[in-house]
Design a protein. Structure first.
Length: 340
């Protein structure tokens, strides 16, 4: 199923980074850094499926060129600790096609960033050859200054607010879910924390039990189990770079450990769902047999036969309820390795 991931970070000189180098790497291009007199050549890099620059109307046309854009950003920033760009990374639903993922990102970037006055440099990446084949994702580099007809102006500090970041996180989920609904996936992504989502599932489960809807309660309990874990840690760009070069890092080890626990949870949940489906298939068969038995009894002439049919229905209902309760007990018997 599609997963939710949305992270936003600053690309800053204080950490030794360059906007030109970052853009060249994410788009697999060769770009000369005029400020440092360096050439950043990543043109042999594979896995970059699509790149484009989205910009507000009325900006200087030259800034629609990637090399010109990020060299202009470097030139306008004088401070040695300058924040050069904001980078947003999102996980893309693997259920979509490449064309649908491109359309999704373009729609989101336009409404969330470009309509607000930012220039966005977008790169869609395919899953790594040795990683999870579902790991489609996009890198979005954003300018931090307002811009007019003559070029960059002052910093827009409102773009740094926590409230705006939360709006972006929710907007990404809304955009992705709209595309997932179009292809009728049946599951959606959620921008809220895992803890908040789990609490909601448990609350809905209790409501289902109160109204006697055991089947829905069991489904919600399994969904709560799936959410009972820690999120995958973000290990940072330096560690990722070292890992890609074959250098094992502590941060990478922590990520792999968390990923392993996540796969364990998914395996348990998959087993619970299979058992749940089997249980209710049996319940449906019992119910169907009970109704058939009752109908057959009603065709008889004497009351004793009718009473026997009712008792058969009651006994089969009790058997089904015992089976459901047994499966619910099993779902609770998770060892510490699955309590994430």
């Amino acid at each position: 199923m599609a997963i939710y991931h949305f992270s936003a970070k600053m690309i800053s000189r204080s950490t030794g980074r360059s906007a030109v180098a970052a853009a060249a790497y994410r788009t697999a291009e060769r770009i000369e850094d005029h400020r440092q007199g360096l050439e950043h050549d990543y043109s042999n890099r594979t896995g970059v499926l699509h790149t484009e620059i989205l910009a507000p109307d009325g900006i200087p046309e030259a800034l629609r060129d990637r090399a010109t854009l990020w060299n202009a950003v470097e030139a306008v920033e004088r401070r040695k600790d300058a924040q050069l760009a904001r980078e947003v990374t999102v996980a893309l639903p693997h259920e979509l096609t490449d064309a649908q993922r491109t359309s999704l990102v373009r729609s989101f970037v336009q409404s969330a960033f470009v309509d607000r006055g930012m220039i966005a440099d977008v790169a869609l990446h395919a899953p790594g050859r040795e990683g999870d084949e579902r790991n489609h994702h996009a890198h979005i580099m954003l300018t931090t200054r307002s811009i007019g007809a003559d070029g960059f102006e002052g910093k827009d500090r409102s773009w740094n607010s926590k409230e705006l970041l939360e709006d972006w996180r929710e907007s990404w989920a809304d955009h992705a879910n709209a595309y997932l609904r179009e292809i009728e996936v049946g599951r959606e992504i959620d921008h809220r924390s895992l803890e908040a989502q789990r609490e909601e599932k448990l609350d809905l489960k209790e409501r289902a039990l109160e109204r006697g809807d055991t089947k829905t309660a069991h489904e919600l309990e399994i969904e709560a189990v799936e959410l009972d874990r820690d999120p995958l840690p973000d290990i940072g760009w330096k560690a990722w770079g070292m890992e890609r070069r074959g250098i094992q890092t502590t941060a990478g080890d922590l990520w792999r450990e968390a990923r392993g626990r996540l796969e364990q949870v998914r395996e348990v949940v998959s087993g619970l769902r299979e058992r749940f489906a089997e249980t209710y298939a049996r319940v449906w068969d019992v119910a169907e047999l009970s109704l058939n038995g009752l109908a057959e009894a009603l065709r008889g002439a004497d009351f004793s036969t009718l009473e026997a049919a009712h008792e058969q229905v009651r006994e089969r209902d009790r058997e089904a309820e015992r089976s459901i309760e047994q499966d619910r007990d099993i779902s609770r018997e998770r060892d510490d390795g699955f309590s994430l």
